[in-house]
Design a protein around this ligand. Structure first.
Ligand code: ADP
Ligand code: MG
Length: 305
């Protein structure tokens, strides 16, 4: 990538990406498992963070997408770098804390670690859920500027619970797109990156958009791509994404991380941020900064060891 590195800008975009993830999760959770028709009948257009949904959340409450991302970010922070064991340990602690929601494949992988110490689950044809992809943000931020690291860590974290080529590809592609967005690259170049993914795996092609927003990683990524590339600001991208229903907290979280990184903090509606837990946003802010400080890129630019 031909880029000039502006660490301040990268820090701000990293923070916006993490806020975007949490906001998208909180916004989408209200309409998870609903069809677009049901959402229209009930809310007209769903555009405020009001909680509720099948999980009966408080307004601003978040789910597994944000919580698993925090598990990874806290592990990287505590280890001052990559530690798959710490990530697995944080997932185990999180599972024991009886999370408000958890995917079946995520649960199976974490239980496998708890019972057998397994850090990699074997290939399974049903491991193409979006559970590995939705928690990619801290991995993407921690590997900014280093594609090889991104690929290695994306696969390692993904394989704790999901081992399927479509999940792997989605994790890596999403990580690359986050990298490009935090470097301030254009949507045209991000679209080319997405098209490289379609060249490798036709399944992800989103035009014509089929309108499916299930937790199958192919449907999830098609929904996010469609709305991210078709809209021109954070709010519109997220509203359109979650009004697609289905796995709306996860499509919202993934669209939120990409749109947050791309459009920056100013683009995130204040009315949404006001609904979020202040302690959560405080921790996210610190962790986003830490993820970038712990990148090799940061060391190269600042000369720290
Ligand atoms: P998570 O990935 O968050 O742990 P699940 O295990 O519940 O969540 O999987 C999410 C969804 O992905 C499920 O509805 C499952 O049927 C779907 N899915 C997983 N693998 C495939 C596949 N190979 N083809 C189609 N759908 C799949
Ligand atoms: Mg969720």
């Amino acid at each position: 990538m031909a880029i000039t590195v502006n660490m301040q800008d990268i820090h701000e975009r990293a923070e916006a990406a993490f806020f975007g993830l949490a906001v998208g999760d909180a916004l989408g959770a209200t309409v998870e498992f609903m069809t677009p028709g049901e959402i229209t009948a009930r809310y007209g257009c769903h555009k405020d963070i009001i909680g509720g949904g099948w999980l009966h959340l408080e307004p601003g409450g978040v789910t597994d997408d944000t919580e698993m991302s925090l598990c990874i970010a806290r592990a990287i922070d505590a280890a001052h770098g990559w530690s798959l064991e710490r990530i697995a340990e944080n997932f185990a602690l999180w599972l024991k804390s009886k999370p408000v929601d958890i995917g079946d494949t995520c649960r199976r992988g974490i239980r496998n670690y708890m019972l057998k110490g397994a850090l990699e689950t074997p290939f399974n044809e049903w491991d193409a859920g979006n559970g590995a992809c939705m928690r990619m943000l801290p991995v993407a931020l921690h590997t900014v500027g280093n594609n090889d690291m991104l690929v290695r860590y994306a696969l390692a974290q993904g394989h704790l619970t999901h081992n399927h080529p479509l999940s792997d590809e989605a994790c890596i592609a999403l990580g690359r797109l986050v990298h490009m967005a935090v470097f301030g690259m254009s949507k045209v170049s991000m679209r080319k990156e997405a098209e490289d993914l379609f060249a490798r795996h036709e399944n992800f092609r989103f035009e014509p958009y089929r309108g499916l927003a299930t937790a199958y990683v192919v449907d999830t990524m098609q929904t996010v791509f469609h709305h991210f590339f078709k809209t021109r600001d954070f709010e519109e991208c997220l509203i359109r994404t979650v009004n697609q229903g289905g796995d709306a907290d996860t499509t919202g979280a993934i669209a939120g991380m990409l749109a947050g990184a791309y459009y920056g903090m100013e683009s995130i509606p204040k009315r949404w941020l006001r609904k979020m837990d202040k302690n959560l946003l405080g921790e996210i802010s610190v962790l986003a900064k830490r993820m970038i400080e712990l990148t090799p890129l940061h060391n190269q630019v600042t000369g720290s060891p």
